[in-house]
Design a binder for this molecule. Sequence first.
Ligand code: XIL
Length: 311
Amino acid sequence: AQLGDKIAAKGKANFGAAADANTLQNANVQRLLQEEFSSVTPENSMKWEVIQPSLGTFNFQQSDALVDFAVENGLDIRGHTLVWHSQLPAYVDAIIDKDQLLALMENHINTTMSRYQGKIFQWDVVNEVFEEDGSFRNSVFFRLLGEEFIDTAFNIAASVDPSSKLYINDFNLDGPGPKIDAMIGLLGRLQTRGVPIDGVGSQAHLILGQVGSVGAQLARLAETGLEVAITELDIRIEAPVDQAKLIQQQQDYQTVVGDCIGIAACVGVTVWGVGDKDSWVDATFAGFDSPLLFDDGFVKKPAYAGVEAAL
Ligand code: XIL
């Protein structure tokens, strides 16, 4: 694991990539995970809609495939994600009874985490709880249970797999503003209440040329005393992609990975996919492209050299 070994030599836990059974069908994805990375995050297979598509029916086929591949190849696994408003089946959104939701949350976290007990080095217990203005997202969890749903989720998770580091994860924590302020406020309250949280993940879905504030914000998250991780890094380029933009992307990757290296509490970096071909960016951000370290043919891009330079 080239990048994985290099980041380990800097005292960090992992340099990982997102993958799943679908992308693993490509031999290049398997090879690059083996050669370059030291951890893997299931891009979709551990989300609620996949694990428990209908009430009480669990399906671990895809997540088992990812976990088996990781174990066979000595890759650590970031679990993603237990309690999230998105990719959540309609039967959960439709709940109006507080106790029913609590019981369901408890069962979902229990069943999912215990299946992989001892195999997941970090779990994203809750994901994306904030709106951009720093208010809590109006998810079914917040609506029925209030902020305490976060305490509850972490308490359940800690009781199921005490060997796993428990994370809260969110996006747009890359610049100053109400969202990261709210996150830092919440982290303080969770710590005051003795909630068993270990870390905060900054997804870092970034835009070319707009990475200058990332380091200072990671440092602010680190000041809480929790671990910090970059959990879903990609740096998207507005089409048309040209050589100058790819060189800018190299610099941007060097900056962001270097930001993590420079912060003692930052334990690792995960990129959100191996090759550009499989990235969610194409389907999600119209007019943007080419966000990862390997191109559509799984050949190293300049961005790869940027990461190497930071390591
Ligand atoms: C994305 C996946 O990459 C897509 O394949 C899927 O269609 C939608 O979700 N924040 C997260 C990730 O926490 O789970 C999301 O992953 C990207 C944004």
